[in-house]
Write a protein that binds this ligand. Structure first.
Ligand code: C2O
Ligand code: CU
Ligand code: CU
Length: 543
């Protein structure tokens, strides 16, 4: 890794038009901490981009991804004497229109669509999925060969699928270096040993995850269980994923991924698009009936966070977060989701026949709900309580790890890459929790930005966030708190697998390391960071 090759500018530099500048300004104002600009010199796109402001609104129906269907039953050595549903899921190149008035966009997707089909799984019912790489051998997005794991010696197109939030054995978790090239596949097994939750699956190939996900390799993965089923929440066609991402699209329909102005090192530290896709469409409409709907909001964007609201003060009833149901529904006007975070919400259109409601990202309407009565009664309910979420007592932890969320500067002091605990991916494993023990991990964010930190395998709880003295930390690596601890708000008090580590704060989480021993990973879910060293292995040791 050469440390001097990345050049950054302080300030917005030569950004690609106004969308990026607006984003930078928004990001700077969204958090109260002083923000250190870590912007590379972005090259201006060589092709004209779609300006979404010029497009007709709400002319395409919202796609609802089909449910994945097993292609048969198979046995597996991990489940002696049982026959399990077997799914074969091909990753393929395809083209799809993101909008009526934009030419078709070449993409990559599971089963040749993006989002891919939705997996419907049930607690206690294991399944097998063979992930098949049927992609072309050439990548269509800009690989940075300097990045660890993306060297020219590797096949350009590599994939490995991870089910985000799943408790699965290490060998089925999608270890980033277990990628396979076109013409190859991996048969993974999913034991189904976890509570109902809205998970999602996506590519995780070392050094090119940001490009593969940007290309379209993601989909929803629902886990259901009898407890949730007994609540009577909206179901069937009134229960659907709403998968959100942002993209830049060239006027000829091609996806545009931003690059630095150094053609030999195209990596950029963040990627924000001007077009927000809902289930793969730009400004779709969705015909709903005057009844309750359950929407599983999933942020699959590379770097963007979503700040969602409904028009005319309509509210979301949030019923779940990353790892399933909250203790009780929460009435919310706004829902903020960082990359990889989820929120399950119930939206009630009862009594609104003939009206329209908009879903807003910040001030922009991105999706139109059109309420039409089709005379179906609504049997669903929204119970006052959902499930108990017993708090993990941090005092029961056997270990408290202090881990920096930091950046590495080049010789002239410009930030060049982001790291965890000051280590690189290939450094020896330092986090080795013991199976079934409780630990707290304390993320000391010494950068100017929030980073969404994700641990594979486990569900955790946020203990608190607390401001600390950065100068004291830099001088002697001690945490000196300079303000009171902030407890997580109710919507963050359920089970999580991704947490926003705010700048200038120590973000504390607690978890019990349930699952099978083996190698897993934890990382920042800003995909540009994850690909460029902000990812670390951890080893779960047997009890
Ligand atoms: Cu969304 Cu390592 O995962
Ligand atoms: Cu994950
Ligand atoms: Cu990050």
């Amino acid at each position: 890794m050469t440390l001097s090759r990345r050049r950054f500018l302080c300030g917005a530099g030569s950004l690609i038009g106004s969308y990026a500048l607006a984003d930078v300004l928004h990001a700077a104002s969204a958090r109260t901490m002083p923000m250190r600009m870590a912007m590379p010199t972005l090259a201006p796109p060589k092709v004209p981009l779609v300006n979404p402001a010029t497009l007709a609104r709400f002319v395409d129906p919202l796609p609802v991804p089909p449910i994945a269907r097993p292609s048969g039953q198979r046995t597996h050595p991990a489940y002696p004497g049982r026959s399990l549903p077997y799914y074969r899921m091909e990753m393929r190149a395809f083209s799809a229109r993101v909008h009526r008035d934009v030419p078709p966009t070449p993409m990559w997707g599971y089963d040749g669509r993006s989002p891919g089909p939705t997996f419907e799984t049930v607690r206690g019912e294991p399944l097998l999925i063979e992930w098949v790489n049927a992609l072309p051998t050439k990548h269509f997005l800009p690989i940075d060969y300097n990045i660890h794991g993306a060297e020219r010696t590797k096949p350009a197109v590599r994939t490995v699928t991870h089910v985000h939030g799943a408790r699965v054995p290490a060998g089925s978790d999608g270890w980033p270096e277990d990628w396979f090239a076109p013409g190859h596949s991996a048969l993974l097994h999913y034991p189904g040993v976890q509570d109902a939750a809205s998970l999602w699956y996506h590519d995780h190939a070392m050094g090119i995850t940001r490009l593969n996900i940007y290309a379209g390799l993601f989909g929803a993965f629902n886990v259901r269980d009898a407890d949730e089923q007994s609540l009577g929440l909206p179901s069937g066609d009134c229960d659907l994923p709403l998968i959100l991402c942002d993209r830049l699209i060239a006027q000829d329909g091609q996806l545009y991924y931003p690059v630095s102005d150094d053609p030999s090192a195209p990596w950029v530290p963040e990627c924000r698009g001007n077009s927000v896709l809902c289930n793969g469409k730009l400004y779709p409409y969705f015909d709903v009936e005057p009844r309750r709907y359950r929407l599983r909001l999933i942020n699959v964007a590379n770097t963007r966070f979503f700040d969602l609201s409904l028009s005319q003060g309509h509210v979301f009833q949030q019923i779940g977060s990353d790892q399933g149901l909250l203790a009780a529904p929460l009435q919310r006007l706004r829902i903020e989701l960082y990359p990889a975070e989820r929120a399950d919400v119930v939206v009630d259109f009862t009594g609104m026949a003939g009206q329209t409601v908009h879903l807003h990202q910040q001030s922009e309407a991105i999706l139109e709900f059109r309420v039409r009565d089709r005379g179906r009664p609504d049997p669903s309910v929204l119970p006052a309580t959902l499930r108990p979420v017993p708090r993990i007592d941090p005092a029961t932890a056997v270990r408290h790890r202090v881990l920096t969320v930091g950046e590495q500067d080049d010789a002239s002091g410009n930030p060049m890459m982001m790291t965890l605990d000051g280590r690189m991916w290939s450094d020896p494993v330092t986090e080795k929790p013991k199976q079934n023990t409780i630990e707290t991990w304390n993320f000391v964010n010494i950068t100017g930005d929030a980073h969404p930190i994700h641990l594979h395998l486990v569900r955790f709880q946020i203990i608190d966030r607390r401001p600390f003295d950065l100068f004291a930390w830099n001088a002697s690596r001690v945490v000196k708190y300079i303000g009171p601890a902030q407890l997580p708000p109710p919507h963050e008090a359920g089970w999580k697998d991704t947490v926003r580590a705010d700048p200038g704060m120590v973000t504390r989480i607690a978890m019990r390391f349930e699952g099978e021993p083996g190698r897993y990973v934890w990382h920042c879910h800003y995909l540009e960071h994850e690909d460029n060293e902000m990812m670390r292995p951890y080893q779960l040791l047997p009890a």
